[in-house]
Design a protein around this ligand. Structure first.
Ligand SMILES: [Zn+2]
Length: 210
């Protein structure tokens, strides 16, 4: 039986590459695949694009008020073996619930790929819903610059780390970029203006005086 899976990780953990690879494998075996993306992700327009410049056109973009159960979408999905959803952190809770229903009622495999948490460390709505509804979860990891496993998507604006701004600011637009960091580096670099720095400094001094 088909089910709903969630493949998640930080930026640069290879989520979209995995999606394109999974799509290739299904197509190679002659299966119909449906590629979808939330409309809010403006990167790449109607295409799903990874960092290696592999790309694939989506079958449809879904606005925040749209339903996967709309007749036009159900019609598009008909006969598909699998639905692959990119940037799934931007789906609404209702849309995730609909995908779970599609998987189990229509016996169509659904795989969602997305980020776990935003630049402040807080889980996205779509990711929270997927942690609840997904039958299977797979974490993809990438290393922080220090070598530890990254857990945060730190936001850079004009090359400076920040914890301010809108939740959604797309990579590469308006001088915004992201870098995957481990917890220690996130504390050290991103929470620079915080009480945290004082504590870290005290800890360093205590260590040195030993
Ligand atoms: Zn680190």
């Amino acid at each position: 039986m088909a089910d709903l899976s969630f493949v998640y990780g930080t930026m640069e953990s290879g989520k979209t590459t995995k999606l394109l690879q999974d799509n290739y494998n299904y197509c190679r075996h002659g299966h119909k695949t449906i590629l979808v993306k939330p409309l809010i992700d403006t990167k790449g327009g109607k295409t799903i694009l990874n960092r290696l410049s592999d790309k694939k056109e989506v079958d449809f973009l879904l606005g925040p008020d749209e339903s996967f159960l709309d007749l036009k979408h159900l019609h598009a999905i008909e006969g598909a073996k699998v639905i692959l959803a990119d940037e799934a952190q931007f789906l609404t809770t209702t849309q995730v619930e609909e995908l779970w229903q599609i998987a189990h009622i229509f016996d169509i495999q659904v795989i969602c790929y997305g980020l776990k948490n935003d630049f402040r460390g807080i889980p996205f709505e779509g990711s929270t819903a997927l942690f609840g509804f997904a039958d299977h979860k797979t974490e993809l990891s990438v290393r922080c610059e220090c070598g530890d496993v990254a857990n945060f998507n730190a936001r850079l604006v004009d090359n400076k780390f920040t914890r301010d701004g809108d939740v959604v600011a797309i990579d590469g637009e308006q001088n915004v970029s992201y870098v995957p960091l481990c917890s220690d580096c996130y504390l050290k670099y991103v929470m620079a203006g915080d009480k945290v720095q004082e504590i870290l400094q005290r800890k360093r001094l205590a260590k040195e005086s030993k």
